[in-house]
Design a protein around this ligand. Structure first.
Ligand SMILES: CC(=O)N[C@H]1[C@@H](OP(=O)(O)OP(=O)(O)OC[C@H]2O[C@@H](n3ccc(=O)[nH]c3=O)[C@H](O)[C@@H]2O)O[C@H](CO)[C@@H](O)[C@@H]1O
Ligand SMILES: C=C(OP(=O)(O)O)C(=O)O
Length: 428
């Protein structure tokens, strides 16, 4: 594991283009298994989760051509390789769960010997995925490892799961696209990455209504064709760079077409005093007042809450927390998604911040405390490494974020990009 050394309070300024969204490219890559024709993805980020999926596909005889320079990836699968052997999925990444539906469609049985846990945010259950496979006609023939069999034709079903799960919705769309008949899902997730997968499947010939809403209707088709699809820019990375620019006193522009999707994200960062200019094709961080917006309702604490899209994303709540330690006022953070996503907040005390973890979902950060550089320990959570960096980079002096490697799962060339913009950050 490597540490990130951050020499804070150096303005991070300039213009940057974001990379493709990890949580979009992973389902898009898995969905290439739904066709025997070649699929080309563009704006493919250079991140380790993709390396793991590509390695898995190559081990199954898939042909993969990847250009890191052009950020393109072309892939074509050999269905026979999936049909004749047990499919043992890659371990250590949440995205392994996105292989369940497409592999089961290609093979009549698969062995799933991974807990499919990514970031350490809580239980990361797989029940919603297994339930979808069962409802579409799969059988769970064993557990530890999971053995899933498919004896019958995949037929359309109507689902209304407990909650809007990103990867479970993606599993549903992939299997429903090739099922016989019509399928519906109420309480579907609608994050930009879920929309990107649906849009890609539509270009392959899938018949999907309700993209971007909480009710998806999918009329199954007999066959999907190859396509070329662009991975959308990563709104998490866009938000990260904007926040870094603002808290370091820089002026940082991100060139992206994601502007309209960032409205609520910028509004929540605005509650922490971050200032932005949104123009066609770009967003600029212009300053930071450090003031927390006080609600008119006097009994209320200022609050930022995270929940499934179109709420503020759970994957950006750590960023807001990291920023907030430098604010002058108090604010409540409420993670309505994960039951284990805030335990790391005690690390912020080492910077001199005062925080109170009210329960597993709610954290209060008290503003106006003198901050100092510190050595902190990152958990295995990509976005928490960023949160700790956002705290460290606003404080004059050298901080160390231990075990910062998880950042490589979603932020390509993070240190190199920051260095070009004037940050003093290095791996050690
Ligand atoms: C590869 C990928 O795309 N990973 C993302 C995906 O993970 P993933 O698809 O695993 O996350 P889910 O949307 O399933 O939610 C994660 C967990 O939160 C809990 N839960 C969620 C929603 C809800 O209304 N109630 C509830 O209790 C459940 O315990 C669930 O297991 O979506 C998460 C939530 O946006 C993101 O953090 C992950 O980065
Ligand atoms: C939690 C994340 O990823 P994963 O679900 O792949 O662990 C994330 O991208 O912040």
């Amino acid at each position: 594991m490597a540490d990130l050394i951050v020499d804070g309070a150096n303005p991070v300024s300039g213009t940057i283009r974001p990379s493709g969204n990890k949580n979009a490219v992973l389902p898009m890559l898995c969905a290439t298994l739904l066709t025997d024709e070649a699929v080309t993805l563009t704006n493919v980020p250079e991140i380790s989760d993709i390396d793991k999926l590509v390695e898995y596909f190559r081990s199954k005889g898939s042909r993969v051509q990847r250009s890191l320079e052009a950020q393109t990836l072309t892939i074509q699968h050999d269905f026979k390789a999936f049909a004749t052997t047990d499919a043992e999925l890659p371990v250590g990444i949440r995205a392994a769960v996105l292989l369940l539906a497409p592999v089961l469609l290609r093979s009549d049985h698969l062995i799933f010997d991974t807990e499919a846990k990514g970031c350490a945010l809580g239980v990361r259950e797989i029940d919603p995925h297994l339930e979808i496979l069962e409802r579409f006609g799969g059988t769970i023939a064993g557990t530890h490892p999971y053995r899933i069999e498919r004896r019958n034709q995949i037929k359309g079903v109507h689902l209304w799961p407990d909650y809007a799960s990103v990867t479970a919705t993606e599993t549903f769309v992939m299997i429903a696209a090739l099922a016989h008949g019509t399928s519906t899902m109420n309480n579907a997730a609608s994050e930009p990455h879920v929309q990107a997968l649906c849009d890609m499947l539509a270009t392959m010939g899938a018949d999907i209504d309700g993209i971007g809403t909480s009710r998806l209707t999918v009329r199954g088709v007999g066959k999907l064709s190859g396509t070329t699809a662009r991975v959308p820019d990563d709104h998490h990375e866009v938000a990260t760079f904007l926040a870094i620019g603002a808290v370091t006193g820089g002026r940082l522009t991100v060139e992206t077409d994601m502007g309209p999707q960032l409205t609520l994200i910028l509004r929540q960062f605005g509650k922490l005093g971050l200032e932005f200019e949104v123009e066609d094709g770009k967003v600029t961080a212009t300053g930071w007042t450090r003031k927390v917006t006080e609600p008119y309702t006097a009994e209320m604490l200022p609050k930022i809450e995270a929940a499934p899209w179109p709420y503020f994303p759970a994957d950006l709540l750590p960023h807001a927390i990291g920023i907030s330690v430098g604010c002058t006022g108090d604010i409540l953070f409420w993670n309505k998604v994960y039951e284990g996503a805030l335990g790391w907040s005690a690390e912020l005390l080492k910077f001199g911040a005062r925080v109170h973890l009210s329960d597993p979902h709610r954290l209060v950060v008290f503003g106006g405390n003198p901050l100092r550089p510190a050595t902190v320990e990152a958990p295995y959570i990509i976005r928490v490494v960023v949160a700790l960096l956002l705290a460290a980079i606003q404080i004059p002096g050298e901080s160390r974020i231990k075990n910062a490697d998880p950042i490589r799962r979603a932020y390509p060339h993070f240190v190199e990009k920051l260095t070009k913009l004037g940050a003093k950050v290095r791996w050690e």
